[in-house]
Design a protein around this ligand. Structure first.
Ligand SMILES: Nc1ncnc2c1ncn2[C@@H]1O[C@H](COP(=O)(O)OP(=O)(O)OP(=O)(O)O)[C@@H](O)[C@H]1O
Length: 284
């Protein structure tokens, strides 16, 4: 994914103001995720360095920055797809205990991956099985957590296809017969069917036509709000950050150089680098 920051322009089809109002933060609530001093080095090259932040239940955090700034490395480290060189990631499990994710047993990690976490890849083919039906792609996640009744699984899969605006009569079609936008919506359904509390998204609208991006963003925004999902969204597109996220982290050369409520960062950037990034990309 080497791409420069651009504003070509999912947001052009949508209002220019943030539609996800910053959630009134309940300070008595406990963080869902704590990232502490996470660093990843590829040999002597910095992937990300000394990154720390908290994520709250129901909060959407965007990680932005130019190509090579370390966004994907950080996302992969937090989601355990990659092991950081140093640092700690703690997650609040469903039983309310805070656990260090790299110390979980394989079974616990699998449980997280299959139920409580979702991962939406930029390329739907990385998150779908392209040669099984759309219904099976969704149903499979249910079977993985013990659902056995075929009729129930098919019904739930069908309901989810409807939720992501895929016609029910496409349930037996394989995703390779779907358009890019449909595939991405199917990937979202597959991730959300188990009721996760945290979804990682890596450039979820990247590689799609502008009008398709706008529709997908709209869908993502309403699903995240309706389901009260927490999400970490990596994007090079500030319009996506504006539309989806409550809070933003700006990265440069592997480090966080600015963080704050999305509207504040975009409307009143403090760090000179963020100012440059926003002014060079123009109006968000
Ligand atoms: N597998 C790897 N081996 C060596 N260096 C890597 C590897 N993956 C990433 N890097 C380096 O780590 C740094 C951060 O890369 P990363 O892909 O995380 O950035 P990014 O912000 O996600 O970029 P993009 O938007 O282009 O995907 C870059 O200098 C990159 O060259």
């Amino acid at each position: 994914m080497t791409r420069h920051m651009d504003m070509t322009h999912a947001g052009d089809h949508l209002p220019k103001t943030s539609l996800v109002a910053p959630r009134p933060m309940d300070l008595s609530e406990k963080p869902l995720l704590q990232v502490r001093s996470v660093s990843k080095y590829y040999g002597r090259r910095i992937g990300c360095e000394d990154v720390s932040f908290d994520l709250w239940p129901g909060e959407v955090l965007a990680i932005v920055g130019e190509s090579g700034s370390g966004k994907t490395t950080l996302l992969d480290c937090i989601s355990t797809r990659m092991t950081p060189t140093s640092g700690m990631v703690n997650y609040r499990m469903r039983d309310d205990t805070m656990r260090e994710v790299f110390r979980l047993s394989e079974a616990e990690k699998r449980f997280l991956m299959r139920t409580d976490w979702g991962f939406v890849h930029q390329n739907p083919a990385d998150g779908l099985r392209m040669t099984v039906s759309a219904g099976a792609n969704v149903g499979e996640r249910l079977m993985a957590i013990g659902e056995q009744h075929y009729g129930d699984i098919r019904q739930t899969a069908s309901d989810w296809l409807e939720q992501v605006e895929i016609a029910k009569d496409r349930i037996d079609d394989q995703p390779r017969a779907f358009s890019g936008g449909m595939r991405q919506r199917l990937q979202i359904a597959r991730n959300l069917v188990t009721g996760p509390r945290l979804v990682f998204m890596d450039e979820p609208t990247g590689g799609l036509d502008v009008s398709v991006q706008a529709r997908l963003l709209d869908l993502l925004r309403s699903l995240v709000a309706e389901l009260g999902l927490a999400a970490i969204v990596v994007t090079h597109d500030l319009a996506v950050a504006r539309l989806l996220s409550h809070r933003m982290v700006v990265m440069k050369e592997g480090r966080i150089i600015e963080t704050g409520l999305t509207d504040r960062v975009l409307d009143d950037p403090q760090a000179p680098y963020t100012q440059l990034l926003i002014s060079s990309i123009l109006q968000v």
